[in-house]
Design a protein around this ligand. Sequence first.
Ligand SMILES: [Zn+2]
Length: 278
Amino acid sequence: MLHEIGPHKLYNEFRKQAPKPNDFLVVYVGDKSLLKKNGESYEIPRVADFNRESIPCHYLFSIDDASYFLAESYVSKTLADAMPEEYVFCPTRTYRYMGDPLLRLGGATAAHIAHWESLNKCCGRCGNITVRSDKERAIICPKCGNTVYPRISPVVIVAVRNGDKLLMAHNIDNPNPRLFLISGFVEIGESLEQAVHREVMEEAGLRVKNIRYFGSQPWPFSDSLIAGFTAELDGDDTIHMQASELSEALWVKREDIPEYETDVSISCCLIENFRRGN
Ligand SMILES: [Zn+2]
């Protein structure tokens, strides 16, 4: 999965440190990151690529001894404009398809933080200009004291089993035609397990039982933390699909499920887990 980079390690504790030439510099403007196009693939620019004596930026985190910095927003456009044409702005999902798992996690996590910072330039309570805390990863309003932490929205995803069949679905907004699992954001006032019951009922009109925790993963592409579960059908197996969310929802026999090769998402891990008979 995205976060599984062992034996390498993400050091995400708050620190203040100065950038070194070989560190990564994320330049983020309008929900996109500046990346260096190299043939069909993309690279995250290094501090040295910008060829400047000093760059206004702040430390985000490190993976092993490679640190990630985020360019201050007021200088980001100027930095990008001065770069050669192979440096282009790309959507955050571009990181997902990077071949190097360290760059995939590092880039997407940096973009997650950059997105959060971009949404909190002003205080949501009093409208004053905010500042970054110098003690923790937080944004503070110097006028009213409002403190905002990175947005990490919990999501549940569930593999619902009915004997040798798996409940699979296709979300109408997903350009990928493959079938995936029922998932959704946790609503206010409910537990993860209650969210599983509600999502399966809303999207497929089915009851479930024996909900078991499978694992979790960060999913920076939607500012989320995804909790994966398995569950069994409880009672009637007739699917009543929620047409406003899904274009397809059906029971798929184990032998009809193709291999889900990616090791990036917990969704694929849950499907593979069922396909292999676990
Ligand atoms: Zn305020």
